[in-house]
Design a protein around this ligand. Sequence first.
Ligand code: SAM
Length: 316
Amino acid sequence: MKEELLRKNVELSNFLHNYYGEEYPKFVEVMGKRLRPSIRVNSLKIEREELRRRLISKGFKLVPVPFYEDGFVVEELPGEIGNTVEHFVGYYYVQGLSSMIPPVLLNPAPGEKVLDIASAPGSKATQMAQMMKNTGVIVANDIDVERIKALSNNIDRMGVLNTIVTLEQGYRFGQLYPDTFDRVLIDAPCSALGTLNKNMEIVKWWGREKIGRLMGAQKSLILSGFDALKPGGLMVYSTCTITPEENEYIVNYLLKERNNAEILDFQLPGVVFRSALIHWERFYFHPSIAKCKRIETHHNPDFEGFFIALVKKLPS
Ligand SMILES: C[S@@+](CC[C@H](N)C(=O)[O-])C[C@H]1O[C@@H](n2cnc3c(N)ncnc32)[C@H](O)[C@@H]1O
């Protein structure tokens, strides 16, 4: 059924066949399945064990996430995941497992300065706030007024106090605040192909023209975020899509434009990462791009498709 829908967008269908090759049938198989939901315990408001006890008594079955102590996969649940008092008062946040990874890699410490350049609705900003124990400062920026409302609501619900919300073109931060932040997150606007299993609407608009427009934004955001980073600081560039033009190509562009950007390698327990590509169609990327990682749902049944680059800014 979903495969039939995919075939209606020939450009997309061709891309997926080309990208997945022999693995295409495996990709199609998982695209038809719903992922198990996952939650992040909000350590700003409740102890992990206390929330576990409360949810288990309501009929939830929770499985710990190996790479993040506050993450749980919900194996069984008595009703809607967001329809509990505990969710309403901000004891937990419903968040995909892939989405928990960028803050885990950035690992912001209490007292630091963090820029989240495209932050709404705030899954990762609120996660970083709890990692920072509500100290230091997070600048949580976005350009979409409606999404900023959701961001502000989430910040309130989760009891976050260290975050300033800004409505600004992300492209401007590099000029406005050069060499300022200890950590920068660029969770870029993208074509979201990694979320096809829950959002088949993408099939209606996905195309090369749209990708071209997104690439323009992604290129400006990655340079701006990098320029706003302090020398010695860490940056993550992430997307929930698989298109190499929105991922490897963008990080390669940063390496071409800034000679003090270094790609770092990483691994996490319980996640099967695939190395990023160094060759795609007519493009050849810098060999260090292979240290960036891809997450495929058919290798990790509870995770959405994702791309992650961990970047260090060297002194120039
Ligand atoms: C993938 S979403 C961010 C999700 C968010 N980081 C989270 O974890 O909840 C990408 C965001 O980029 C924002 N965006 C798009 N263009 C932007 C720009 N030029 N400057 C800042 N934000 C932008 C979109 O409004 C959208 O909220």
